[in-house]
Design a protein around this ligand. Structure first.
Ligand code: CA
Ligand code: CA
Length: 154
């Protein structure tokens, strides 16, 4: 018992040095950032933007493939989300996808088969269960997905 308590103490005292920062309750930590999947909400792209802003966050920008892999696996594992918006859109110029907020081009992509197809003018990107949690372009204002928010950890 004593050994267990000592071990517990050793582990908890190590924690602050392991994690680079802190995330609020319900937020998922990864590599200095915190993520939140609004499982309870089905929103349009614009609504998802506001959903994240109202939580001092932004619609997730996938800067690295490892960040994407982590989130994709998380969505797959929890299965509670059939799809989630990321902050990628070609609303400004058709075919030119940029991250919302920074207007930077993505450094990688993981489109599902045949996507993006801009079917009926689709300009907003989500990670979608039907294509094994890869990317699809959706209609921004008529399709509803869960918001996937991101912020820096504190
Ligand atoms: Ca488009
Ligand atoms: Ca599409």
């Amino acid at each position: 018992m004593m050994a267990f308590i000592l071990l517990l103490f050793a582990v908890t005292s190590l924690l602050p040095s392991i994690s680079a920062g802190c995330c609020q309750n319900g937020w998922i930590p990864y590599d200095g950032h915190c993520y939140y999947i609004g499982y309870e909400s089905l929103l349009t792209f614009s609504e998802a933007l506001f959903y994240c802003i109202s939580r001092d966050a932004y619609l997730t920008r996938l800067d690295t493939y490892s960040e994407y892999s982590f989130l994709r696996n998380f969505l797959k594992k929890t299965k509670a989300s059939h799809g989630a918006w990321i902050g990628l859109t070609d609303r400004t110029k058709e075919g030119s996808y940029r991250w919302y907020g920074t207007y930077t081009s993505p450094t990688f992509s993981d489109w599902g088969p045949g996507q993006p197809d801009n079917l009926g003018n689709e300009d907003c990107v989500g990670i979608w269960e039907s294509i094994d949690y890869r990317w699809n372009d959706f209609k921004c204002d008529s399709y509803k997905l869960k918001p996937l928010c991101e912020k820096k950890s504190t």
